[in-house]
Design a protein around this ligand. Structure first.
Ligand code: TGC
Ligand code: FAD
Length: 391
C-alpha cells in the first residue's frame, strides 16, 4: 500500500535537513499530541496543557522558527511549512498555537518592534515560556479590519486603549497581546503590546465551540487600558502592519491544512483495508478506490503547490496573491478530503476514536480564519483583473 504523498516521490524534492526537521516534528506529534488530542478536543484545551505544549514546542525550536536571532531557530520557510503540516496532522488547534505564537505575535514584534521590545519578549516566546496572541478581528469587523473600532488615544506620555477584539487564539493564556488599534493622532492603525494583567485588560474565553476545540479562543476587552509611550510597535503604521503578519501565518496554513487531510486519508485507507462490507474489504470496491484516488491526487497537487510557494518564499519573491492561491486551494481541498474520508468510515467516522470528523470540524475554522475563502477569491480576482471588489 503506497503512502498518498509518496506516489509522486515528493520526498526527493526536500533536502535532508528539511526531512530531518519534518521527522522530528512528526515524532513530537506522535509523542505529545496524538495521545491526548481526542480528550483535549472533547473537553477543551486547558491552560496547563496549552502551556506545557508551548514549552515542549519551544524546546524543539518550533516557536518563531523561521525568524532569526533572539533565540529563534532561523530555519528556511519550507521547513516552517513542513512543521506546520506535521503539527496539523495532529490537530489544527496545535498548529494554531504554534503559528499564532510564531507567525503573528512574534513576527509582529520581530519585524516592527523596537530593540527593547524584541529583547523583552522574543527569547521567552521562542522558548515557550511566554505566550503571545494577536488581536486584529473585532465583533463587527473580521474580513474588513480597516473598519476597526478599537481606539488608542494619547494622554500625555501614555496611550489609552478602548475596544473589543473577538475570536483571538491564545488570548486567555497569553502573557502579551499584540493589539491593533486606530490612533487618535493620525487615524492610522498601529500595533500595541499589552502585557497580561494590565488594568482594564481582560481576555475571557469563548465557549461552546464546535470547531478548533483543542485551542483556546478568546475575546479581548480593553477598557481604558493605559500603556506607556513605548508600548507601540514603532516600525509600522497602517494596515500593512497586521496584513504583513497574516502573510506569514497564511503561508504556514498552506502546508498545515494538508497535514490534516493526510491524516484523514491515512485513517480512511486503513479503515477501508480492514472493514469488510458485502463480504470483502471496502478498499476493494471501485467506488472506494475512486474516492481514494481523487483524494490522493488533491493531496499531492496541494503539496506541490505548497512546496512551490515555499521555494518562492525562500527566494524572497513570494507575493500575497500567491499565498491566497495556496490558502484557498489547500484549505478547501483539505476540507473536502476530510469530509470524503468521513463517508468511508461510516458511523465510526463521527466519533473521536478516529481523527476525521475532528479534522473536518477544525478545517471549518481554518477555512474562515486568516482570510475567509471568499476574501482569498477576491484577492486573486483583484490580481487577475486589477479591480478590487471587496466593497
Ligand atoms: P488595502 O487598501 O488593499 O491595503 C491596505 C494596506 O495594506 C497593504 N496590504 C498588504 N500588505 C502586506 N500584505 C498583504 N497581504 C497586504 N494586503 C494589503 C496595502 O498595500 C496597503 O498598504 P499602504 O501602505 O498602501 O496603506 O486593504 P483593504 O482594507 O482593502 O483590505 C484588503 C483585504 C480584504 C484583503 C484585507 O483586509 C484582508 O486580508 N482581510 C482579511 C482579514 C484577515 O485575514 N484576518 C485574520 C485575522 S488573524 C487570524 O485569523 C488568526 S487565526 C489563528 C491562526 O492563524 O492559527
Ligand atoms: P465576516 O467578515 O463577517 O464574514 C462573514 C461572511 O461574509 C464570510 O463568508 C465572508 O467570506 C463573507 N464576506 C465578507 N466580506 C465579503 C465580501 N467583500 N464579499 C463577499 N463575501 C464577503 N482573528 C484574530 O485577529 N486573531 C486570532 O488569533 C484569530 N483566531 C481565530 C480562531 C478561530 C477559531 C476563528 C474561528 C477565528 C479566529 N480569528 C482570529 C478571526 C478570523 O480571522 C475571522 O473570523 C475572519 O477574518 C472572518 O471574519 P468574521 O468571522 O467576522 O466574518
Amino acid at each position: 500500500m503506497a503512502s498518498p504523498l509518496e506516489l509522486l516521490s515528493v520526498e526527493h524534492l526536500l533536502s535532508e535537513e528539511e526531512r530531518d526537521l519534518r521527522d522530528a516534528v512528526r515524532q513530537f506529534v506522535d509523542d505529545r499530541v496524538r495521545p491526548g488530542v481526542a480528550d483535549w478536543y472533547e473537553d477543551g484545551l486547558d491552560e496547563a496543557t496549552a502551556r506545557s505544549l508551548a514549552f515542549d514546542a519551544g524546546k524543539l525550536g518550533l516557536l518563531g522558527m523561521h525568524l532569526t536571532g533572539y533565540g529563534c531557530a532561523g530555519t528556511n520557510a519550507v521547513s516552517y511549512g513542513l512543521a506546520c503540516m506535521e503539527l496539523e496532522a495532529g490537530d489544527s488547534g496545535i498548529r494554531s498555537l504554534v503559528s499564532v505564537q510564531g507567525s503573528l505575535a512574534m513576527f509582529a514584534i520581530w519585524k516592527f518592534g523596537s530593540e527593547e521590545q524584541k529583547q523583552r519578549w522574543l527569547p521567552g516566546m521562542a522558548a515557550g515560556e511566554l505566550i503571545g496572541c494577536f488581536g486584529l478581528t473585532e465583533p463587527d469587523f473580521g474580513s474588513n479590519p480597516a473598519g476597526m473600532r478599537t481606539r488608542a488615544r494619547r494622554d500625555g506620555d501614555e496611550w489609552v486603549l478602548d475596544g473589543t477584539k473577538m475570536w483571538i487564539t491564545n488570548g486567555t493564556i497569553a502573557d502579551v497581546a499584540v493589539v491593533w488599534a486606530r490612533t487618535s493622532d493620525d487615524g492610522a492603525v498601529r500595533g500595541f503590546l499589552v502585557p497580561a494583567g494590565t488594568p482594564g485588560f481582560s481576555a475571557p474565553k469563548i465557549g461552546k465551540k464546535l470547531s478548533l476545540r483543542a485551542s483556546v479562543t478568546s475575546e479581548l476587552v480593553l477598557d481604558g487600558v493605559r500603556l506607556p509611550a513605548d508600548a507601540v510597535l514603532p516600525e509600522v503604521s497602517g494596515l500593512r502592519g497586521p496584513l504583513s503578519c497574516l502573510n506569514e501565518a497564511r503561508f504556514g496554513i498552506v502546508f498545515g491544512a494538508l497535514g490534516a487531510a493526510r491524516d484523514c486519508l491515512h485513517a480512511a485507507l486503513d479503515y477501508a483495508s480492514t472493514r469488510d462490507v458485502f463480504d470483502r474489504p471496502l478498499a476493494s470496491f471501485q467506488l472506494t478506490q475512486a474516492k481514494l484516488a481523487d483524494m490522493a491526487l488533491e493531496l499531492q497537487k496541494g503539496f506541490l503547490l505548497a512546496l512551490h510557494l515555499g521555494r518562492l518564499k525562500d527566494a524572497g519573491t513570494l507575493e500575497p496573491a500567491q499565498i491566497s492561491i495556496g490558502k484557498l486551494n489547500n484549505v478547501r481541498e483539505a476540507l473536502a478530503i476530510a469530509r470524503e474520508c468521513r463517508t468511508i468510515l461510516g458511523a465510526n467516522g463521527i466519533t473521536l476514536e478516529y481523527p476525521v470528523l475532528r479534522h473536518a470540524n477544525n478545517l471549518e475554522s481554518v477555512l474562515t480564519y486568516e482570510g475567509t475563502s471568499e476574501v482569498h477569491q477576491l484577492v486573486i480576482g483583484q490580481a487577475l483583473t486589477g479591480r478590487a471588489a471587496f466593497s
